[in-house]
Every structure is written in C-alpha cells, then in structure tokens.
Design a protein around this ligand. Sequence first.
Ligand SMILES: [Zn+2]
Length: 324
Amino acid sequence: MPNDLGLLPTTTVGSFPKPDYLKKARSAVRKGKATEADLKDLQRKATRECVAMQERVGLDILVDGEFDRGDMATFFAEKLDGMSVSGLVRSYGNRYYRKPIIKSRLGRPRPLTVEMFRFAQELTSKPMKAIFTGPYTMVDWSFDEHYSSRRDAMLAMAEQLHAEAVELEKAGAKFIQVDEPAISTRPEEMDVAIEAMGIVVDGLKATTLTHVCYGDFDKIYPKILELPIDIFDLEFVNSEFDLLDRIREVPFTKGVSVGVLDVHTHKVEDTAKVEGWIRKAIGVLPIEKVWISPDCGLKTRTEEEAEKKLEVMVAATRAVRASL
Ligand SMILES: [Zn+2]
C-alpha cells in the first residue's frame, strides 16, 4: 500500500446522488426529446460538480461519482458483447429492475470506464479511484443462458474485466476498485470468487480495493482475506462495529477502508460520534492499514446530505489525525 497518502486517507465507495437535471435528461432521451450527446454533456457537468465538491470537502482519493451508470450491473452489460438486459424483474418488495442476461460468449469491444476515468482525473490533481463491478457480482446478478456453469461465466467475465483494469492502469489509475457487493451472499462460492478476482487483478501495479456489502460476514470471514486485493472497503456502521469483534479474534491481514457513515439515513452524523468510531477501529486495526469511507455508495442520499455527511467524516478524521 503506498504510504505517500499519510495516515487515515479518506475516500468514498463510489456512487453519488444524481442531480435532477440528469434524471430529467435521461427520461428526455428515452422519450426521444434529447440526444445521447446531450445526456453525455450533462453527465460530464455532474462529474465536474462532484469532483469540485469532493475537493471542497477535502477527501484524499476522489471518484467520478458514476453519473453515467444507471445501475452497477446493467451499465456493464450494455457495453459488453454477449450480454443484453431483460425487461423489468421484481426484486425485494416493490422494487423492479432490469437484469443483465448473458446470451453468448462475452467480449469487450471497447473500454467500459476508461473515458470517464480520464475525464474525471483531468479535473483534479488528487488521485482518482477507478471503479468497476467485479466478475462475481456481474454474473450473480445476471441470467446466464450461455455458459455451462457459474464458474465458467465468472472466469470469462474476469478476463474482460482484467483487460479493463490494464487499460485503466495505462490511463494513470493508481487505485483500482473492483466492487463485489454480492460476494457475501453465497459463502460456498468464495473459491470461485477468489479465482475470478485473481484473473482481474493479475499483474496490476495499482493498489487494488474491493467494496463488499455486509451480508453474513461471519460465514465469509476470514476466507474473504484470500481475495487477492489490497484494501477491503467494508460497512461497519450498519453492523454497529460488530465486525471489530470478529477481527479481534482473527486479525484482518489486509488494508481496510472502514465505513463510518450510515448511507441509509437522512440524518447527518455527529462529528464526535464518527470520531469515536474511527478511534474504535484503530484500536483494533493497525492504523497504517486503515482508510476512512462511508459504509456504501451515497447515491440514495440527497446531494446536500452527501456533502454534509462527508464534511463530518473528514472533520472527524482530521481530529483523530491531529491527536496522534
Ligand atoms: Zn455497499
């Protein structure tokens, strides 16, 4: 892990709330009242505003905000050869979404995220974190009508994502995050998830991260440490820092980006409370391996809430740093 960042680097998981003008533009494109080029201009405007906000807040590692992504799986499915996207499928409760379908052999006709990464990186002198969805989650969230096993599909997906990672690195990415929010749902598949991740990150020099949403962490820990990743970005607030008890029993051998903001509530955290959580985390984890971030993506918050929450996170982190 590079140490030129100083102690307790701050970052975010990746997604930010979409401005209203972007939602309107998206629906205008669907109705044929605006063009894809119009939408792209507005996605860049949102990216510029988001990067400026992250600089204002004082985060150390920035993200592009994912304004060109509707959903973290369909975005990639629409760009990869061999995939299409279903009609609306019902998930929990009344939530409907479109599910990717693997129809034939996967291919990557052109880069998926590189153009937006470059655009965002050029807006700032701070490092921009490159982010894409990992092979396990991509396949887990898709219907597979082509490959003979989930493993075959995941390994094929991993090859495509490896090519993406190599190009991101060539474009200057020093931090590459391969999101695997689905990985905690099926502990029996950890081996194939690890194998697939090995293909994605093979030979990379960049610091690698992964974001895993909290599931039944007990069932995947400590096995998850075998994922060939440098820093694990994990939810802590959501489980009221129970994870630390597990880590006390079986030490975490990798870097951890500790989630200190609840992304599910409108309420902006109290700085002293967040400071307390950071201190609790570094009481158990070696401080030189700790990053600070929100529990998950901020896309469900309002723009104002996202900024206020991040201000609290940075203020709390600075208070802890000052006391070291
Ligand atoms: Zn998450």
